[in-house]
Design a protein. Sequence first.
Length: 199
Amino acid sequence: MFRSRAKDEKAQAADKAPVTDSNQPRHPEAPKGRPTPKRSQAQTQRRSVANTSMTRKEAAKRQREERRAAMERQRQALASGDERYLPARDKGPVRRFARDFVDSRFNIAEFFLPMAVVILVLSMVRVASLQNIALLLWLVVIVLIVLDSFATAFRLKKQLNERFAGDNKRGAVAYALMRSLQMRRLRLPKPQVKRGERP
């Protein structure tokens, strides 16, 4: 009743204006036909559009491809010794030195599996003297491995304290001893030093 004619005309024009999609271009003089969204609503819309640009199936496929590429890089790094793509347990100069220290020398523990097979075959033969020899060999092998492991651990700890005085050396000796139990050709990362070569 007390509203001005100009306001009534604007309201009628807004009611008659067609509702348009926000993605379509609009003539600058044409009325919107909808209220302006709040900033938080607009940001949520933009975020949802950005997130739904890739379907769940495509995202899973992309993750699988990225994981496969990372595994391939890690496999190549284990063969070449490339520090950038090695697993976390093998990274760092301390772990590298521990590997080189073990790989540069003969370890009795690395021959444990072949010797265990021989001893097992001897113990299965039903001859008392051979079974006694197999039992004696077990004891000799175990004692030699323990003594060699103690000597390796002592020397390695001394070298690590001299070369890496301020670095974190936790677990390096155990890491080296576990490596010494593996046969040289089966060790990963692959040995980067020859036997007898100083690390």
